[in-house]
Design a protein around this ligand. Structure first.
Ligand code: PLP
Length: 350
């Protein structure tokens, strides 16, 4: 885990833990953040002025779950507006000031590297800068996008993550490791010993290894590290780089196809191997577009054996593609768009 933390540039004191899922990883990171920033290992949040954390409106729902578990409630997460799928940094700055003016106590900012619906990356350097200026814990939820650290061609997209206090990274996503395999990394693993650890006196306390059950929310767990280690032996970092880069090539091919068709629109500019698009056929009124796209999704499943999911994003139905399969080719993408044209023609759009 220390080696993986190094890949994110977290430095020599960094390390991490494997836990059962990204949700638990976020809960663990934000618990440590709260304990460190509010000094509340012993007293909890009783007597603390309204502790709050800030995250983009597109952050994963596990951030809100963490707020519930931490005793902050849903109002303990201030949701910051986004632009083109990425956190609006000016709005973040304003939200921090406003929270303080209202007597609240911001203690952490969560940035997302790989949002759930559109795979966008919050502006990490700017957010890190603001977190530092306001003395807030900086957590990056890179559950999905952390895999970019393996690609020399694309890791620059994570620039700024090296300034994180903690990072959530799920190898069970873009590293193709069988579920569950998720991790939480800390810039200074020693903080867990000072601000989280509960020693288990019934265990061998003389041991020179760290009992992970003492420094994490989760106790007993599966040996998920073995699956990650074996996958790394099998594919190597170069193998993972090739898989990540292939996903980018497919996403670029898809964007190319979408741009050739004026009746298709993209939700955001893709930054990973996933993207959302929808038909906006001018022959039909805008109120009919959700139904048009729902029909297209069904048509593609029946006629093209392609499954696109149909998320609701900013109040509308979009078709979402996740380009993870290493056996998908640019030709498959071209064929998919032939089918989309067929559907559009049959519906009376060109
Ligand atoms: C998947 C994901 C999570 C949650 O991970 P689980 O393993 O399902 O608990 C959290 N954040 C982001 C950004 C994710 O993509």
């Amino acid at each position: 885990m220390a080696e993986i933390a190094q890949m994110f540039g977290l430095g020599d004191r960094a390390g991490g833990l494997l836990v059962s899922g990204g949700t638990l990883a976020n809960v663990q990171a934000l618990t440590v953040a709260r304990n460190v920033k509010l000094g509340c290992l012993r007293g909890g949040i009783a007597g603390q002025a309204a502790p709050v954390m800030l995250a983009s409106e597109l952050a994963h729902t596990s951030i809100q779950k963490a707020a519930m578990v931490l005793g902050l409630g849903l109002e303990g997460v201030i949701l910051v507006p986004s632009i083109q799928g990425r956190m609006d940094v000016a709005a973040l700055d304003a939200a921090i000031h406003q929270a303080r003016a209202e007597g609240k106590q911001p203690f952490a900012v969560v940035a997302t590297a790989g949002t759930t619906v559109t795979g966008n990356i919050d502006p990490l350097p700017e957010i890190q800068h603001l977190a530092q200026a306001h003395d807030l814990w900086f957590h990056v939820d890179a559950a999905y996008g952390g895999a970019l650290a393996f690609s020399p061609d694309h890791r620059h997209r994570l620039a700024g993550i090296e300034g994180a206090d903690s990072v959530t990274f799920n190898p069970q996503k873009w590293l193709y490791v069988t579920k569950t395999c998720a991790s939480v990394l800390f810039r200074d693993l020693g903080l867990l010993h000072r601000h989280f650890r509960i020693s288990a006196p019934y265990m061998n306390t003389e041991a020179d290894w760290v009992n992970l059950g003492e420094i994490s929310v989760q106790g007993t767990r599966h040996p998920d590290g073995l699956k990650l280690w074996l996958s790394l032996q099998h594919l190597g970092k170069a193998g993972y780089a090739a898989l990540v880069d292939h996903g980018y090539a497919l996403a670029a091919a898809m964007v190319d196809q979408i741009r050739q068709r004026p009746y298709l629109a993209q939700a955001t500019e893709p930054e990973m191997n996933m993207l959302c698009f929808r038909g906006c056929p001018p022959e039909h009124p805008a109120e009919a577009w959700d139904a048009w796209n729902t029909g297209l999704q069904q048509f593609l499943l029946a006629e093209a054996e392609v499954f696109l999911s149909l998320p609701l994003w900013q109040g509308q139905r979009w078709l979402k593609a996740v380009l993870l399969n290493p056996f998908t080719t640019v030709d498959h993408i071209a064929t998919l768009f032939d089918h989309i044209d067929r559907y559009a023609a049959a519906q009376g759009a060109s």
